[in-house]
Every structure is written in structure tokens, then in C-alpha cells.
Design a protein around this ligand. Structure first.
Ligand code: HAX
Length: 430
């Protein structure tokens, strides 16, 4: 059996060699170009980042290390973490080893709870989550070893330590924030016998007589973990870590990006929209009434949360995974039924409106409805669970980046005057 660290020690040297060779032999080859519209348009479609943990296909959605997400939804988050980092599934021994490593590391010092308790009681849970990760920063192993003197080729080793500690600790933070922020009673410590997803469910204290909430948490940790490197939370984490800021600083920054309504907060906003519909119509409306209401949302200048995507151009397979879970567990739930109806009604409207390049649902369109079903009704909290999952991906990306010696991120910016002069000169020359 190779432990995770041993496996990484085997695969990192040939990966470094391959990248060195690619840069040496093909460093001047062009793989992308940038138009004026892309420079002003959030760099959409510009290929200027490298991410080996996952890839998003416009039509088929997320692949983790070449495996489509639909093949991975029955896996444990621990298996996915190993896959993200190494490109392979762990054997039974390696999985047990990683699971017990994470259980052993799931400790949160009391000073973190003190800071959280001192925050205003109406603080947004994502602010608490990001702050808690930042407060933990003094625990960084990378920071200690870097200051003690560390060779660049060994940067990945303490980064892996920080990554495993963070992956183990964020569920404890997230569940503790749930209990503190919503006065659910004492913080529930982790159970050293449970896996990541089951422990998260356990520590939140949500009644779970048949274990389905634990299954849902496992599913969320898998489907939300990674989505390439160009999304706001991943790219922010990567950019901050590229300055050799430790993972606590970097992941906290990434979470602040996740907290925006066009990114992870859509999970909360989407259910808010669904509940607004339910309240307005006193239940599940007819297709015609929902059609009219969706148009009213668009005409008032708002987006329909949970629909559209910067990269995807088809229904997000992660949305379908949640839908499948809901159809099995709570087909009678009115909120879930409304999510299904919205899936039927909204895409044709967005197509008719003709603005959104992707009229189909993304992962956030259904996830809140299942949390609601299990009694987690504090909408502002939802994105925190997304953040727990995203930590697996961004930490894995950071370990790989440190292993291959990624330099500090520093693209070139240009002024509007430069663009004007450059494009007009080109036009004049034609
Ligand atoms: N409802 C209404 N209008 C929409 C829309 C939606 N769901 N999605 C896109 N549009 C509009 C955009 O606002 C934009 O309008 P303007 O030209 O007036 O600015 C136009 O369609 C073109 O946008 P786009 O190119 O298709 O989309 P972007 O790549 O710029 O943005 C977003 C992608 C996901 C931000 C966008 O589709 C959106 O705002 N969706 C709703 C919020 C949401 O669900 N976010 C979560 C996305 C997944 C994620 O990151 N989860 O964390």
C-alpha cells in the first residue's frame, strides 16, 4: 500500500519532468488568443491557466481526473480527495489510512470558537467561515517550515500537511458555525469513527434517522469539490497561494469569492426565489403562472438564480445528481417539486429572452431544496456547505501547484487607451 504522501512522492518527479520538457520544447507554441471582448469580458474562454485536478466540458460538465462526475456520485469524499491529488482511486488500505489521517486532524482550537462567539450575532455565516479559516492561519505548517528554511522542491510537503489539516477542520468549523449562529445548542465535537460526510451531518446535529442526510452531505462534498481553476473561488485561492501565502490565507480568500451571488451564494438565492414563488402562489403554481412570474423576475432586471453558467452550455450534471437524489428521497416535497417545475419552465424563457448563453440549470438550482427538506432552513448558511466541499478541490490544486513550482501569478494588464490605439492601428493597416 502507498499512503497518499508516498503516492505523491512517486508521481511528482515525472510530472515535473514532463512539464519541464513541455516548456523547453514547446514553450513558444500558441494555445490561445485574447480578443478585446475577452479582455473586457472576464477573460471568458481564454486558455491561460493549468489545472490537472479537473476539467469542465461545455456540454458534458465536470470531469475529475478524466472521470465524469456522474460516475463519482456514489464515492466517498475521501476517495475523491485522493483522486484529485493523485489521479487514482485509493486501494482499501490507502483509503483507511487517509480516512484516519483526516479523523486525527479534525481539531479546532478553542481560540477560533472565541473569535466566532465574539462576532455580531447577525454576521453572515460565510463571513464567519472565512474569518474562522483566517484565524486558524497561525497553525500553518507551511508558514513555520518556510520561515525555518525550505527548499522549493519540498514546498508541496508542508502544503500537503496544511491541505489535509484544512480538509479535516473545515467540516468542524462549518458545523460549529451552524450551531453557534443559529443557537442550536452546544457545539458537537467530531466523532472519530465517522467519515467526512457523515461527520459533517453528525456535527450539524440535524436529525437523521435513516442516514440520508449523511448521504446528502457525502454527495455535496463530491459534486461541489472542484470545477477547474478558472472559477472565482479556485482562481482566487490559486492567485493568493502563488505569492506563497499559506493555504489558510489562500482558502479564506477563495471563500470570500464563493460568497458572491453570481458564484456560490446562488445556492441561497435560488432557494429564496423558489420560496418566494411558493409563498406567492400558496404552493406549487401552474406552469403558466410560473412562466409569468419568471418573466416578471427578468423584466425587473434580475437574474434567475441557479440558471446560466460561464462555461457550461447544457444542464449541469451536478444538478442532475441532486435531482436524482431528491426524486428518490423526497418526491412529494412541494419545494422540491417546484425545483423540478422550474427546470421545465425556465430554460425556454431564457432561450426566448436570448441573453443568457446558457439557459440551463447549474448545480445551485436544486441543492438548497434538499437542505430545506432535511430541516436546514437557514438559507444564508447554505454556501458554507459549498465552501467545505470546495476546500477539497482548491487544496488539491494548491498541492499540485506547489509540486510543479508554479510561479507567482502576474498577467499583464493594458489600458483602454492602449486597446484603442492598438486596434485602430491594426484597422488602418488593413
Ligand atoms: N437569468 C437572467 N439573465 C441571465 C442569467 C440568468 N440566470 N444568466 C445570464 N444572464 C444574462 C447575464 O446577466 C448577461 O446579461 P447582460 O448582458 O445584461 O449583462 C447575459 O445574460 C449574458 O451572460 P452570460 O454570458 O450568459 O453569463 P456570464 O458568463 O456573464 O455569467 C453567470 C454566468 C452564472 C454569472 C450568470 O449566468 C448568472 O448570473 N446566473 C445566475 C446566478 C447563478 O446561478 N450563479 C451560479 C453559477 C454557478 C456557480 O458558480 N456556482 O457557484
Amino acid at each position: 500500500m502507498a499512503t497518499l504522501k508516498e503516492k505523491l512522492s512517486q508521481i511528482i518527479p515525472p510530472l515535473r519532468e514532463e512539464i519541464r520538457h513541455l516548456i523547453q520544447e514547446y514553450g513558444k507554441e500558441v494555445i490561445s488568443e485574447v480578443t478585446v471582448a475577452q479582455a473586457y469580458g472576464g477573460m471568458r474562454g481564454v486558455k491561460a491557466l493549468v489545472c490537472d485536478t479537473s476539467q469542465v466540458d461545455n456540454n458534458r460538465g465536470l470531469f475529475i481526473r478524466g472521470r465524469h462526475i456522474s460516475e463519482l456520485t456514489g464515492k466517498r469524499p475521501e476517495e475523491i480527495l485522493y483522486l484529485l491529488l493523485t489521479g487514482e482511486f485509493p486501494d482499501a488500505d490507502a483509503l483507511n489510512d487517509l480516512t484516519s489521517e483526516l479523523q486525527r486532524r479534525a481539531t479546532v482550537p478553542e481560540y477560533v470558537w472565541d473569535v466566532l462567539r465574539a462576532m455580531p450575532p447577525d454576521s453572515h455565516p460565510m463571513t464567519m467561515f472565512s474569518a474562522a479559516i483566517l484565524v486558524l492561519e497561525k497553525e500553518s505548517i507551511f508558514k513555520q517550515q518556510y520561515h525555518a528554511g525550505l527548499k522549493k522542491e519540498d514546498f508541496w510537503i508542508p502544503t500537503l500537511e496544511d491541505a489535509l489539516n484544512l480538509v479535516a477542520r473545515v467540516p468542524v468549523l462549518a458545523a460549529g458555525i451552524y450551531r453557534l449562529r443559529y443557537q442550536k445548542g452546544e457545539i458537537i465535537p467530531p466523532d472519530p469513527q465517522r467519515d467526512l460526510g457523515a461527520n459533517l451531518a453528525h456535527m450539524m446535529g440535524v436529525p437523521d434517522p435513516n442516514g440520508e442526510f449523511a448521504n446528502l452531505m457525502r454527495l455535496y462534498l463530491v459534486i461541489y469539490c472542484d470545477h477547474e481553476n478558472g472559477n472565482v473561488s479556485a482562481m482566487t485561492t490559486h492567485t493568493v497561494a502563488s505569492a506563497l501565502s499559506n493555504l489558510y490565507l489562500a482558502v479564506s480568500a477563495g471563500m470570500n469569492g464563493l460568497a458572491g451571488p453570481l458564484h456560490g451564494l446562488a445556492m441561497e438565492e435560488c432557494l429564496r426565489w423558489i420560496l418566494m414563488v411558493k409563498e406567492k402562489f400558496g404552493g406549487v403554481p401552474t406552469d403558466e403562472a410560473l412562466h409569468k412570474f419568471a418573466w416578471e423576475t427578468l423584466e425587473s432586471g434580475q437574474v434567475i438564480p441557479g440558471y446560466g453558467h460561464a462555461v457550461l452550455r447544457q444542464t449541469d450534471p451536478r444538478f442532475l445528481a441532486i435531482l436524482e437524489f431528491g426524486r428518490r428521497v423526497c418526491p412529494e416535497d412541494e419545494v422540491f417539486q417546484l425545483v423540478e417545475k422550474t427546470f421545465k419552465v425556465v430554460p425556454p424563457i431564457l432561450i426566448e429572452q436570448g441573453k443568457a448563453k446558457d439557459p440551463w440549470p447549474n448545480v445551485d438550482a436544486a441543492s438548497g431544496s434538499l437542505l430545506w427538506h432535511f430541516g436546514v432552513r437557514e438559507l444564508e448558511y447554505y454556501t458554507v456547505l459549498f465552501g467545505v466541499a470546495r476546500t477539497l478541490g482548491v487544496c488539491s490544486q494548491a498541492v499540485i501547484s506547489r509540486a510543479i513550482g508554479s510561479p507567482i501569478v502576474r498577467p499583464k494588464s493594458v489600458t483602454t487607451q492602449w486597446i484603442r490605439e492598438t486596434v485602430t492601428k491594426k484597422t488602418a493597416a488593413v
